[in-house]
Design a protein around this ligand. Structure first.
Ligand code: ADP
Ligand code: MG
Length: 257
């Protein structure tokens, strides 16, 4: 039976998309059958998997059609050139769903309904969400079994996470009893920065040990370059620190599945 994992944090720029792309690619390389769902109108996961702007314009079926209930989810899924990974792409059109979803009776459950139809075709489904706690992002949280929270260790990183935890608790109570937080992963870490080390220490003290993944994703320029080449880091620069970190992170995720 497949597991649905949503990568969430309403703060932007914390490496949600980077984590969704590279975790999924690493899981695929490690032999898991993976579906990546792009639930952000910015479509950065779609681009990161090699679909360029011109090609995006030609996409007929995307995550938008799926959350609107206009198509069977399997019909919006396409192959990628990367081992074991398929993609449900998104485009700007998805932004309209934020308003159009409001007319649905179960407006936060549209993605969940859809993914239940395909989850057993995969070992893991990874959902990348947008930086908000609006109805679209709530669809991402309500759809999953487990949440991964990427966090950049800066002085204000913990702000917002409390709100995210409260939201998860609410969704767990109301619509998705089996919802779990798999863990927090520290991203863009830089041990040379005193403030980075201090914040990391504080956060590790504040949470139970298993709430935070052992693997930290270091700041690594190759990770930032990879999307413009349309490749996950493990293909773009397999020997880089970033690539090794995401493989080790994927192994930790597999242990927790
Ligand atoms: P989010 O999806 O949370 O908004 P992104 O994944 O788009 O965040 O990351 C924000 C920016 O940081 C992007 O430009 C990305 O390339 C860069 N980035 C993410 N992780 C790393 C890293 N480990 N090292 C260097 N740059 C990174
Ligand atoms: Mg993103």
């Amino acid at each position: 039976m497949g597991t649905i994992i949503t990568v969430a944090n309403q703060k932007g720029g914390v490496a949600k998309t980077t984590t969704a792309i590279n975790l999924s690619a690493a899981l695929g390389q490690l032999g898991k059958k993976v579906l990546v769902v792009d639930l952000d109108p910015q479509g950065n996961t779609t681009t990161g998997y090699g679909i360029r702007a011109a090609e995006k314009k030609l996409l007929k079926l995307t995550t938008y059609n799926v959350v609107m209930g206009e198509t069977r989810p399997a019909d919006a899924v396409r192959e990628t050139r990367f081992k074991n990974v398929r993609l449900m792409p998104s485009t700007q059109e998805l932004a309209e769903a934020e308003i159009r979803l409001l007319k649905f009776e179960h407006k936060t459950l549209q993605l969940r309904k859809a993914l239940l139809q395909v989850k057993d075709d995969y070992d893991v489904v990874i959902v990348d969400t947008l930086p908000s706690l609006g109805v679209l992002a709530l669809n991402g949280i309500a759809a999953c079994d487990s949440i991964i929270i990427p966090m950049q260790c800066e002085p204000y990183s913990l702000e917002g996470v409390a709100e995210l935890f409260a939201t998860v608790k609410r969704i767990k109570k109301s619509v998705n009893k089996s919802l779990q937080i798999m863990g927090i992963v520290f991203t863009m870490t830089d041990k040379r920065l005193m403030v980075n080390r201090e914040v990391m220490k504080t956060i590790r003290r504040e949470f139970p040990e298993d709430a935070i993944f052992r693997t930290e994703i270091p700041r690594n320029v190759k990770i930032a370059e990879a999307p413009s080449h349309g490749e996950p880091i493990i293909y773009y620069e397999p020997s880089s620190k970033g690539s090794q970190a995401y493989i080790s992170f994927a192994k930790e995720v597999m242990d927790r599945l």
